[in-house]
Design a binder for this molecule. Structure first.
Ligand SMILES: *Cc1c(COP(=O)(O)O)cnc(C)c1O
Length: 233
C-alpha cells in the first residue's frame, strides 16, 4: 500500500470527474479520512500535501490531535452532545449536525471557548432507516434555528449515500444537489449554502459529477481499515 500513489490516483480521479462535469477541480476539497489510522500515517499524508483530514469519533480526534502535523480537522461521524467538548477546540468543521439540541450544545461550548465553528447539516436523503441525519422536511426548522446562533455557522449540507448495492448513489447525490441549490438565496440568517459534503471511496467521482464541494475519502488512500465498529453504513 503506497499512500503517495493512492493519493495521486484519487486527485487525478477528482480532476477528471470535475472536468467531465465542467467544474474547476479547485472547487473540490479532498478530506482524507484517517479513522483507525495512526498519527504517523496521517503525517505522511500531510507531508504529501493533504490539507484536510476527517475523523468520525470525537475521542480519536482528542487522542491523536497533538501527534499530528498542523492540518484542518473535520468531524464527520455521529456526534453526541456530551462529546462536543473533545473537538470544539480542535475541529474547523462538524459535518454531522442533525438536531437543534446538538446545534445548541456546539454553540454553548463555542461561546465558552470564545471561538467560531462551521457546521454542515447532515441529511438522510435516501430515507434509509439506519441512517443518521435530518429528514429533508426537518431541514427548515434547523436552518431557521441557525439564526439564533452567533458562534456556530451553517456552511452547507452533508450526506452519506447508501452502499452501491442498494441502488445507484448518483440518484441520492442528484437529489442532494437539488436540495442544496433550492436552499440557496432563501435568506436564512447565519446560513450559507457553500459546501456540499458527499462521496466516499466507492462513490466520490459520482459525487463530484453531481456537485460535491467536499469528498471524504479513506480506504482509497489508506487501504482497508482493521475494525468492525466503524462501519457507518
Ligand atoms: C469512514 C467515513 C468515510 C470514508 O469512508 P471510505 O469508504 O473509507 O472512503 C466518509 N464519511 C464518513 C462519515 C465516514 O465515517
Amino acid at each position: 500500500m503506497n499512500i503517495e500513489e493512492n493519493l495521486n490516483k484519487v486527485r487525478n480521479n477528482i480532476a477528471a470527474a470535475a472536468a467531465e462535469s465542467g467544474r474547476d477541480p479547485k472547487e473540490i476539497t479532498l478530506i482524507a479520512v484517517t479513522k483507525t489510522h495512526p498519527p504517523e500515517m496521517m503525517n505522511e499524508a500531510i507531508r504529501l500535501g493533504v490539507t484536510d483530514i476527517g475523523e468520525n469519533k470525537p475521542q480519536e480526534v482528542r487522542d491523536k490531535f497533538d501527534k499530528v502535523l498542523p492540518v484542518k480537522w473535520h468531524l464527520i461521524g455521529h456526534l453526541q452532545t456530551n462529546k462536543v467538548k473533545y473537538i470544539i477546540d480542535r475541529c474547523v468543521m462538524i459535518h454531522s449536525v442533525d438536531s437543534i439540541k446538538l446545534m445548541d450544545e456546539i454553540e454553548r461550548l463555542a461561546s465558552a471557548h470564545d471561538k467560531d465553528i462551521d457546521i454542515l447539516i447532515q441529511v438522510n436523503i435516501s430515507g434509509e432507516a439506519t441512517k443518521s441525519g435530518a429528514a429533508p422536511d426537518e431541514l427548515e426548522a434547523l436552518l431557521e434555528h441557525a439564526g439564533t446562533l452567533s458562534r456556530t455557522h451553517v456552511k452547507g449540507l452533508m450526506t452519506i449515500a447508501p452502499k452501491a448495492e442498494f441502488g445507484d448513489p448518483e440518484i441520492h447525490f442528484k437529489n442532494m444537489k437539488k436540495l442544496f441549490d433550492s436552499l440557496k438565496d432563501r435568506g436564512y440568517k447565519n446560513v450559507e449554502m457553500r459546501e456540499l459534503s458527499m462521496g466516499m471511496s466507492g462513490d466520490y467521482e459520482a459525487a463530484v459529477r453531481c456537485g460535491a464541494t467536499m469528498v471524504r475519502v479513506g480506504s482509497a488512500i489508506f487501504g482497508a481499515r482493521d475494525y468492525g465498529t466503524h462501519d457507518i453504513r
